[in-house]
Design a protein around this ligand. Sequence first.
Ligand code: SME
Length: 160
Amino acid sequence: MPVTSRIEEVRNEASEAAQASPTVDDLMNKIVNLLHHRMLKYNWVGFYMLEPEQPPILALGAFHGAMTPHTRIPLNEGICGAAASSGQTVVVDDVKKDPRYLACSLETKSEIVVPIFVRGKVVGELDIDSHFPAAFGAEDQQLVEHCAMLVGKKMESAGH
Ligand code: SME
């Protein structure tokens, strides 16, 4: 199947999951499974959510892939910290060349981290690692941003 139609299909499945999921946790679990199973270069898929402590910290939530040593990440560390503190998507084509990168697996070559917003504020993020260099192009970015948006909207409607 061409990559574009697969991305379109997965995007629609994520939207359907958002409609069907009774809770935010259920939707997060469905999204990590969907992206991990259907997008062949997405080798680790997980959520980090901001804990309301001082200083704030990102705590590992639903994920699919090998266990990571980074279960709690401060906002001034890692690609994850950079995405959450800037409120911007971060795409890293070659993690070896990015001094911010916190290694999760020796196999990881590229990474994308997309912030999740609730009423305009960052509440967490969706993080994906690939064993392939430069795995995340513009269409992948749109797909991951769509999934992060669905979770943000679900949290809003659940009163977060
Ligand atoms: N690589 C991330 C850490 C999380 S693991 O990839 C799962 C970072 O640099 O923040």
